[in-house]
Write a protein that binds this ligand. Structure first.
Ligand code: SF4
Length: 367
């Protein structure tokens, strides 16, 4: 078959994450997903698979098409192909690295240029409020469209705008050029520096390396039904048993399960009777110790000791408030705050009996 051979040898997996370095292109991604990639979790979809490689190849072809169209029109562009350079940024003790698609010179000013290609319906979302200056050519003035959607583009662009390279080239604005893969229509958006947005992006990553360096995962960044999670290669390890069950209620009456319902109720009733009986006995033993003025009683093989004890435990609610306050006052760093918590993953199956009267116990209870 021909299709079997088409992607062969084209796989171009991304370089693995290096400790302490965050890719600018992943700045808006789920931090938990990046942590799982870094920590080597098993993926549900292999990012080095042929399908993934084909998608990457498709993106590259659209980028090359934009480069070709710009060169044909005599636009001065550079930083493509083999000569592409890295840019870096240190922000809040986080080290960022990225490679901008292009730089260009327009009317004597230098801009960064990010090329994206999306299928028709995604493109339509980007240009829904844009101005169509020529047929099939749009100018996006509402910057909020780059800040929304499952994978916002704005974080990456803000990081680019603040690199040393941008300062050196005197770049004040970054152009985002979006191509409609279905129709080859184009849209552009000129993005200025937005310091608040940069802070927002960076703050998502504070404490990230402190967590992953001890093998812990940040909290989930998206809901299970979100596009981010549905397309995430770590969906199954991230959501565990929840990745295999849908929300919603199902009423079942399979005989084997109904037998387990009966057993559950019987066990619940026995547990409750057992704890009441033990408590009654404990009270009687305590009273007997007082009545017989003895700290230790021997009763038919049981040795009963009566003591005063106290136990000191952390008040987790107050501790949490205190840590938050210390963080807010800058007494502790976010890394120290994060390392105060540990997380244990487990599968909980809770059962609430809505009809406990259905329990039929044959054991007698005599008071
Ligand atoms: S499944 Fe969703 S929450 Fe989990 S790592 Fe992936 S994107 Fe993040």
């Amino acid at each position: 078959m021909l299709v079997e051979k088409l992607y062969e040898g084209e796989a171009r997996p991304r370089t693995p994450f290096s400790a302490g370095v965050i890719r600018m292109s992943m700045s808006e991604a789920c931090t938990r997903r990046i942590a799982m990639e870094y920590l080597g979790y098993e993926v549900s979809v292999d990012p080095a698979s042929d399908v993934y490689a084909a998608r990457m190849q498709d993106g590259l072809l659209h980028e090359q098409d934009i480069v070709r169209r710009l060169l044909m029109k005599g636009v001065k562009i550079w930083n493509f192909g083999e000569r592409q350079t890295w840019v870096t940024l240190k922000l809040h003790n986080l080290f960022w690295r990225g490679h901008p698609d292009l730089f260009c010179e327009l009317e004597g000013k230098i801009y960064g240029l990010e090329c994206k290609a999306f299928r028709g319906e995604v493109f339509e979302r980007y240009v829904s409020s844009a101005e169509e200056v020529l047929p099939g050519r749009f100018v996006i003035r509402d910057l909020s469209v780059l800040m929304s959607g499952p994978f916002p583009l704005m974080g990456q662009v803000q990081l680019y705008l603040n690199t040393d390279k941008s300062q050196k080239l005197g770049i004040e604005g970054w152009l985002v050029l979006i191509k409609n893969k279905n129709t080859a229509e184009l849209a552009e958006c000129l993005v200025p520096r937005i310091p608040d947005y940069l802070e927002k992006v960076a703050s998502r990553w504070r404490g990230f390396w402190a967590l992953v360096s001890v093998g812990r995962l940040p909290p989930r960044g998206f809901s299970k039904s979100s596009a981010n999670c549905r397309l995430c290669p770590f969906f199954e390890p991230c959501w565990g048993v929840l990745s295999r069950v849908s929300p919603g209620v199902k009423e079942l009456d399979e005989p084997a399960l109904m037998e387990k319902v009966r057993l559950w109720r019987e066990a619940a009733q026995l547990e409750s009777m057992a704890s009441v009986r033990k408590e009654l006995a404990r009270i009687a033993f305590g009273e007997a110790a007082i009545a017989h003025d003895s700290r230790t009683l021997k009763l038919g093989g049981l040795e009963v000791r009566v003591n005063n004890r106290s136990r000191t435990g952390l008040d987790s609610g107050y501790t949490s408030e205190l840590l938050t306050e210390l963080l807010a006052r800058g007494v502790i760093s976010s890394e120290q705050y994060d390392s105060c918590w540990s997380e244990t993953e487990y599968t909980e199956v809770r059962v609430v009996d809505r009809e406990p009267e259905k329990c039929k116990i044959t054991i007698s209870w005599e008071e």
